[in-house]
Each structure stands twice: as C-alpha cells, then as structure tokens.
Design a protein around this ligand. Structure first.
Ligand SMILES: Nc1ncnc2c1ncn2[C@@H]1O[C@H](COP(=O)(O)OP(=O)(O)OP(=O)(O)O)[C@@H](O)[C@H]1O
Length: 609
C-alpha cells in the first residue's frame, strides 16, 4: 500500500520523518510565507482524478494580510467590545456572571442558541475532475438553488432501453461546485462558534464516497474556526473569565486511536464515571495564535494515514478528528496552589465547550477495491464497519430508541457527544457529480436525508423520484430529546494538556513511560446487538425503508419505520408486511449470521446498500 504523509502543501514526506516539533511562528505573517503555502502553483488544479489532496481554494484561509484584513464580521458572532470599555469595567470588578451579562442577556443567548439547528445537513458537490472530463462523463447532479438538487440517474429498462430517473432532494443547504471553502465555512461552522462558549459540544463531519471532496472540504474549517474562536477569546468577556483554547488531533485507523500530534502514539478510549468518553493519553495544546494552530494542523495532517485506492490516489484511510476545546482556567489561591503543587494542571481547568472536526475515511464499495492489495481491502472493511455503526446509531436515534449503539465502533464512541446533550452537529455530505458515481451519490444523499430527519427543525421535503410516490416519514419520526447540560465539566485528568511552551520538550516526554499506554485490553468495540439489526441487509437493493414499495403493484408497503415498528407488535400487520417485504423481526434473526458473513467479506462490503 502506498502510505504517504502529506503536508499542507501537498508535498510527500517520508514516512519516517518524525522530528521533534516546535512551532516557529507565534505571530501572523512571521515564519513561512503563508502565500507560499496557498499559492496557485502549490494548490495545483484538478487533474488525473485525484491530485492535490490538501489544496485550498482561492479564498485561502490564511494569508499574510490576515491580521490587517480580518474576515467580514459574521452576523452570528457577538459584537466586538471596545477594549476601552474593558478599562472601565475590569474583570476584578465584575464576577464571571456579571461579565457574561455585560455582553448579552440570558434571553439573547437562548435565542442565539435556538437559531442554530441541532443537526444541520449540508451537501457539497465537487466539480468534475480531469479524469472524468477526459472520459466525457456527464454531470448527473443539478443544483437548483441553495437548498435543493436533482440527481439524474441513467438506467436501463429490462428491454435495454435507456432512461433517466430523477431524484430530487432538499437539504438545509446545497453548495454547488463553484462554492469556495470560505463559503462552506460560513454556511456550516461559523454560526456554531459563539455557542461553543456557552457550553455546547459541536461536531462537524464530512461524509461521502471516496474522492468526493471530504478532505478538501474539511481541512480548511478548523483553521477558520480557530481564528474566530481566538478572536472571541480576546474579547474582554471571555478574557476576564480566563477562557483558553486547546487543540488536539487524533485518528482512528484500523479500529485503533493514534495521536497525530504525538508521533502517532497509540491511545485508549475510556468512559469515566459520568459516562463521558475520554481518550487516555491524548495530548492537548493550548493555542492562542492562528499561525500556531495552522502548524499543529499541518503536523497532524503529515502524520495521517493516507493511501491509494481504486477511486482515489490520495485516499484518507482513517477517520481524523481535530478538536478545539474552550476551557476555563480556574485561578487558584496561593495556599491551594501550594497544596496542589504537584497536581496536573488539567485539574485547574474546566471544559466549557468544544468543536470536533471529523474527516471520515471514504466509503467505497467492494467493486471499487478490486485493484487494491490485501491491506487496503482490510482497511476498507474496517472503514465500512465503522461507517455502518454510525449509520446504525443514526437509525436508532431516528427510531427514538432508548439504546443507541454508540459502542458499535470507536468512531461512534467518539461521536457520541455529537448526538446527546447540548450538542450541535453539522454533516457535510460530499458528492461526486459524474454519472458513473450516481449510485454512490444517491446513497450519500439518502443517508444525509436520514440524518436530516433527526433534526427537529429539519426540512420536511423528502426525496421524490419518478418511481412510485414515496411517502414521507417525517410525520412519524420525532427528534430525540436533548437534555441540557448546564455546568462546565471537570476536564478528565487523563487528557494530557500542553502549553505551547512545552512543545519543544514534547519529543522527550513522548518517550517517557506512560502508564496508560498499555495494550488495549478494555476494547469497547464490540458488535452491538441492535434491535433493528437486519434493516441494512434488508435494504440490499439500495432503497431505504421509506422507499420500499411494491413495484409490481406500484403500491407503497408502509409509510415509515415508526409505523413498521408498531406493526411488528401486531402479528396481523406483520403478516401483511411479510407478503411484500420480509417481517422485520424475522429478518433480524436470519440476518444476524448473514450480517456476520457480510462483515467478514473483507472490503467486499457494500456500505449503504
Ligand atoms: N470542491 C472542490 N473543488 C475543487 N477540487 C476538489 C473539490 N473537492 C475535491 N476536490 C479535489 O478532488 C480530489 C479528491 O478530494 P478529496 O481527497 O478531498 O476526497 P475525499 O473524499 O477526502 O477522498 P477519501 O475519502 O478517499 O480520502 C482532490 O484532488 C481534491 O483537490
């Protein structure tokens, strides 16, 4: 397998390069020329299908003039407060609560929080690449406006007559191929940033077929977010409360966790007493400068596992998770400081909120992996397994199930925060426009549609196709309830925090023994016993529940999954369903073994089928 480490410039680094790392710049514009990093020559252009994995668009996130020319103020960002005001009302004069109220009332905060949807689903279409253009492939995706699109699926009738089936979708936002990464940020992450400071856990993840633009979309986002967060931290209201920003970056590869900022050190995942998932040994770094953030990101990207697949020459073979956490530093009294002299500094911080950026590894079908070696196929199987577990969680949430199988994979354990409590989730579904990828594209969009239905404020318009009318399940699927967490949480001690000043020593520290770095004996990853197991296999045709129709009669079998579950309690109704589609319960047992085989079929699994 081709294993390449890339930096932000798209340059390959030898896998062995793992020199101790010291951020060079602490100020904008110093150190390496930002322009050099984002210059058109280095960004390259779309070509031979898959070049330039880490290319930035023309809106380049950081340029030398970033300091003098800040981003246009967002309507979501709190109004800047003049530093003069700070002189008048100092942090010493006001308690934290007063400071908070000085900026905005409780009502305003609530309004702002409510304005940001719990789950937002955005679709991004990438342009046709050079390979697709040279094959004269058609663009099968038409974006109509900022929220709807149509997929034109080429099909063959039984008598081999060609026809096109249209599928219409509607999402919170649909971004076409001309949309820049900057606009993607504005549409997705920017509205969430202010509420991170109000004890919200947010997640932004990209989902889609391999080569559809997930990495291209995700990579610029943390940097932009960090820039906005640092700007907010510098506002008196937060500065006086001693809020600080911390960064960590790790990947899930082959079901294991590796710290991308600590020489790929193997990490363990544990649940604490409060059922909070914490990652033992993960190093966090305090950051107060965007340039430093960028260097950390570059370093993490360089350490990330990438490889070549049939569909993408520079494919991400892992799920990469970058977290930006806002923490409140507690000022301890001199006596207490003495008492806690040897204690970990982590004890003196409280988590306020965090945002996680997840670049999921690409979903691909067995058919796409034929020219790959065994290692790549094993990776593919692992990737598909975790994406399947994610789908199971989303289904369970969709069904309002009490048990959500978060432990189905490391990925879903990490994502747990995104779906429970005071959370916000943004899913960016990346799609390839070429007709040859239609099947994948439809799967991605159906998946996105499912996620959308978890959001209370989601759009009610569902996919419509020229096939028999598909009834909406919106009416019966209610969004899960989100208990509000009101207090900042104690930061788990296991997380190792590092201030920038510590970085130069990091290399040495990495080699000091870490008792937590023992073999993963307590591996939480287990095959969950889903109550709705078998649904996936049942939908082997690629149609999801609400699309299951009796094509012979053109009659819809059932309106929704919720209805189906109700029906399963009623034997008579079950019988009725059986005639056209195997009863759910029966399928569960039968499919259990089928599913196991399915999982074992190496990367032959067809995710989302
Ligand atoms: N919106 C876009 N505009 C221009 N080029 C794009 C866009 N999206 C993706 N690309 C290009 O397409 C190629 C594949 O993109 P990328 O590597 O981000 O895909 P991916 O979904 O992350 O793939 P994998 O899952 O295999 O890692 C890259 O060369 C990238 O530069």
């Amino acid at each position: 397998m081709l294993l390449r480490n890339l930096n932000f410039n798209g340059e390959s680094l030898p896998a062995s390069v793992s020199e101790p790392y010291t951020p060079t710049a602490q100020k904008f514009g110093s150190g390496t020329s930002a322009e050099g990093l984002y210059s058109p020559e280095l960004r390259g252009e779309l070509g031979a299908g898959l070049l330039d994995l880490h290319a930035m668009d023309d809106t380049g996130l950081l340029s030398e003039d970033v300091d003098s020319e800040p981003f246009e103020p967002s309507p979501f960002m709190p109004k800047e407060i003049d530093d003069d005001e700070d002189d008048m009302i100092t942090g010493n004069q006001l308690g934290p609560a007063d400071n908070y109220n000085a900026v905005t009332s409780e009502k305003e905060i609530n309004t702002r929080e409510n304005n940001v949807a719990k789950i937002k689903v955005v679709v991004r279409k990438r342009p046709l690449n050079r390979k697709e253009l040279s094959r004269k492939e058609d663009d099968a995706v038409a974006v109509h406006d900022s929220s709807s699109l149509t997929v034109y699926e080429p099909k063959l009738k039984v008598d081999l007559t060609a026809y096109v089936e249209q599928h219409e979708f509607c999402f919170d936002a649909v971004l076409d191929e001309d949309v820049s990464n900057d606009e993607v940020y504005r549409e997705t992450v920017e509205p969430i940033i202010p509420i991170i400071f109000q004890r919200t856990k947010a997640t932004c993840f990209a989902y889609g077929q391999t080569g559809s633009g997930k990495t291209y979309t995700m990579q610029p986002l943390p940097l932009r977010a960090a820039q906005d967060m640092i700007r907010l931290l510098n506002q008196p209201v937060y500065r006086n409360q001693n809020f600080k920003l911390w960064l960590s970056y790790f990947e899930i590869y082959g079901g294991k966790l590796y710290d991308l900022l600590s020489d790929r050190r193997h990490l363990l995942m544990r649940e604490d007493g409060k059922k909070q998932v914490c990652i033992v040994g993960l190093q966090e770094f305090e950051v107060s400068d965007v340039q430093v953030v960028r260097e950390y990101i570059e370093r993490g990207n360089a350490a990330r596992s990438t490889g070549s697949t049939g569909a993408n020459e520079e494919s991400s073979r892992s799920h990469a998770i970058l977290q930006l956490a806002v923490k409140k530093h507690i000022i301890v009294t001199e006596t207490r400081r003495q008492r806690d002299r040897d204690a970990n500094e982590a004890k003196n911080t409280k988590a306020v909120g965090k945002i996680s950026f997840i670049d999921l590894a690409g979903s691909e079908r067995g058919a796409d992996t034929t020219d790959n070696d065994r290692q790549t196929r094993i990776e593919g199987a692992e990737i598909n397994k975790s994406l399947l577990a994610l789908k199971e969680c989303i289904r369970a949430l969709d069904n309002d199930q009490i048990h959500i199988p978060f432990r189905g994979s490391k990925l879903t354990e990490v994502l747990r925060d995104s779906f429970v409590g005071n959370s916000r989730t943004v899913m960016i579904s990346c799609i390839s426009p070429n007709a040859g990828s239609c099947e994948h594209t439809l799967n991605t969009l159906r998946y996105a549609d499912r996620v959308k239905s978890l959001s209370k404020g989601g759009n009610t318009r569902k996919e419509q196709s020229t096939a028999p009318t598909i009834p909406s399940m919106r009416e019966s699927s209610s969004a899960p309830s989100y208990p509000l967490s009101v207090e900042a949480e104690e930061v788990p001690n296991q997380i190792q925090e590092k201030r920038p000043v510590d970085i130069s020593r990091r290399g040495a520290e990495n080699f000091t023994s870490n008792s937590s770095m023992e073999p993963d004996r307590n591996n939480f990853s287990m095959i969950p016993s889903y109550s709705n197991r078998g649904k996936e296999e049942n939908g082997a045709s690629g149609l999801n529940d609400r699309e299951r129709v009796d094509f012979s009669s053109g009659r819809t079998v059932y309106n929704s999954k919720a209805q189906l579950i109700q029906n399963s309690a009623n034997a008579q109704e079950d019988e009725k369903v059986t005639r056209v589609s195997p009863p759910r319960r029966k399928v569960i047992r039968e499919d259990k073994s089928e599913k196991q085989n399915y999982m074992k079929k190496d990367s032959g699994i067809e995710f989302m089928r």
